[in-house]
Design a protein around this ligand. Structure first.
Ligand code: ZN
Ligand code: FE
Ligand code: FE
Ligand code: ZN
Length: 266
């Protein structure tokens, strides 16, 4: 399997040396991993605890290149997790085009400037209608897919992180986002980080994952590790839920070109 969603200390909310992340992956016999740290924020927001700084991007790339030489026994890819900010598509495209990424994970972490997945701003759930939050979130996801900027949608149902669930049905909203993801030829990741959060569920939940399969959307895997011990976390379970949804293949990337590998059923 692959773990394509691994952070580094540069983002300001992760710990450990990059080599420790690789060693953990080797302990778990992962064939391939990819770092996908938070791309510098293109909106000019200066919060050193959210993403790496612009000045750090060159070092990030260089550090991963050095790791490839240091650890020839495991395939290491250079990825990035980029926020989607409406209105900043060109700035994002320009920044991404300057580096030789193997893949780009596109994530929505902000709804009109509100970091809804940030525990510091959890009060925002009290002052907004939960359905409105979900609606805004899935509309942003749909728009993110339509930009064509990204290869993989990150933690597709992140909006469930703190366990707030709207009373109204969100099937149509999710369906529109899935349609856009399919049309853009993107993958979704099975992201095990949700198991460590209040919701206690993999992203996406089984229902959305099944709909991804029905929509012909490929999958890949990510732990969203922010510490070495989180690499490959709960991947047996991730593999099992993928199989239950119908998947027998997963996607890998090199130079932003996708290939498929057989999913080993356990
Ligand atoms: Zn992070
Ligand atoms: Fe994220
Ligand atoms: Fe992440
Ligand atoms: Zn993430």
């Amino acid at each position: 399997m692959v773990d394509y969603h691994i952070h580094t200390v540069r983002c300001g909310h992760a710990s450990g040396e990059v080599a420790e992340y690789v060693r953990r992956a080797q302990e778990l016999s992962l064939a391939e991993i990819g770092f996908a740290d938070h791309l510098p924020l293109v909106i000019g927001m200066k919060d050193p605890t959210l993403a790496m700084r612009h000045e750090e991007l060159d070092d990030y790339i260089a550090e991963i290149e050095a790791l490839k030489t240091q650890f020839p026994g495991i395939i290491i890819k250079t990825g990035i997790e980029a926020d989607y900010f409406p209105g900043y598509e060109q700035a994002t495209r320009d920044l991404l085009s300057r580096y030789p990424f193997d893949y780009v994970i596109g994530s929505v972490h902000f709804i009109e400037g509100w970091g809804f997945d940030d525990s510091r701003y959890i009060d925002g759930y009290k002052t907004r209608d939960i359905f409105d939050i979900y609606k805004a979130y899935y509309e942003l996801l749909e728009a993110a897919a339509r930009t064509g900027l990204f290869d993989i949608i990150g933690h597709i149902d992140l909006v469930k992180k703190y366990g707030f669930v709207p009373e109204q049905d969100v099937t149509t909203l999710v369906g529109k986002a899935l349609g856009a993801i399919h049309d853009a030829g993107m993958c979704v990741e099975i992201n095990t980080a949700g198991l460590r959060k209040p919701v206690g569920e993999i992203y996406p939940g089984s229902e959305i994952l099944k709909r991804c399969f029905e929509n012909g959307i490929p999958i890949t895997f990510g732990s969203d590790a922010h510490a070495p011990g989180e690499v490959g976390m709960a991947f047996e379970r991730a593999c099992a839920v993928a199989g239950q949804a119908g998947y027998d293949m997963f996607a890998t990337f090199a130079g932003r070109v996708r290939s498929f590998k057989a999913l080993a059923r356990k």
